[in-house]
Design a protein around this ligand. Structure first.
Ligand code: PAF
Length: 286
């Protein structure tokens, strides 16, 4: 696996491969790689000739007081993991090159960024949309792979790609969980053992809602209350949001109809975790 650190070298590598007719798969990450990222990389490996993964802790998507400085960084461990997942090139640019002095251009996707994490993390999606646009421009992938754990992020990127007539197909890969259900996240390393155990409440509450739906519950209000009650019973947890919106348009609903995104953001101690499930009002069987 090759590590590329400059935009010029990255573009030259892509140009050479495009000239050879190779398809390019992109897996953008902020590093601290875990099984969720490696699944995206393996998925890219299966469907593209050349796999590029990026590691860039993007300063513009962190708000004041968030964990930009302390975000876990482990380039040598990440390189080994990415190579083992079949990545051909790791693009690891410097912030000074991605955002040089005088940088002034940002991408703002309206509407779907104004709810869920967009409320708790003002400016976050502007930072995400901006860096993803830059990576799509530099790497020109045929396909780019993102995890469902950040389902709102995937919807924002799909909207942006469509609106800006970008060429990449945006693939959403299901959430990868630990054996006990905790969604894989780079931020899980912040949890002490007691918090790690408390964090299981996220998946447990999602499963409760899923069970209620399969028992016939259709009221969005009652489903959200069920989830909130489950989380409230966990001493170390405090709710940032529990929301349900139509999927993929993120429109408000009163009754479960079609696909619905049940999304949670919960603080466990000082660590803010997100998780979600796409629930479905399956039609009554014939
Ligand atoms: O999901 C992430 O890790 C980041 O938001 C992304 C897409 C790599 C942009 O920095």
């Amino acid at each position: 696996m090759r590590v590329i650190e400059t935009i010029a070298d990255m573009k030259a590598f892509i140009k050479m491969n495009k000239e050879k007719g190779k398809s390019i798969g992109l897996v953008p990450t902020m590093g601290a790689l875990h099984e969720g990222h490696l699944t995206l990389m393996r998925r890219a490996r299966e469907s593209c000739d050349v796999v590029v993964a990026t590691i860039f802790v993007n300063p513009t998507q962190f708000g004041p007081g968030e964990d930009f400085q302390s975000y876990p960084r482990d380039l040598s461990g990440d390189s080994e993991k990415a190579a083992s997942a079949g990545v051909d090139v790791l693009f690891h640019p410097l912030a000074a090159e991605m955002y040089p002095p005088g940088y002034a251009t940002f991408i703002n996707v309206r509407g779907i960024t104004e709810k869920l994490c967009g409320i708790s993390r003002p400016g976050h999606f502007q930072g995400v949309a901006t860096i993803v646009t830059k990576l799509l421009n530099i790497i020109q992938p045929d396909r780019a792979f993102f995890g469902q754990k950040d389902a709102q992020q995937v919807l924002v990127i799909r909207r942006m790609v469509q609106d800006l007539n970008l060429d990449a197909a945006i693939e959403m890969v299901p959430i990868v969980r630990e054996s006990d259900g905790l969604a894989q996240s780079s931020r899980n390393v912040y949890l002490c053992p007691e918090e790690r155990n408390a964090a299981l409440v996220l998946f447990r509450s999602l499963k409760k809602a899923e069970q209620a739906v399969s028992n016939g519950e259709r009221s969005i209000g009652r489903l959200k209350d069920l989830v909130k009650k489950e989380i409230a019973a966990e001493r170390l947890a405090s709710i940032d949001y529990v929301e349900m919106y139509g999927y993929p348009d993120l429109q408000p609903l009163e009754e479960l109809r079609g696909q619905v995104l049940l999304a949670l953001a919960v603080r466990i101690g000082k660590t803010r975790l997100i998780d979600n499930m796409i629930l479905e009002d399956s039609p009554a069987c014939c």
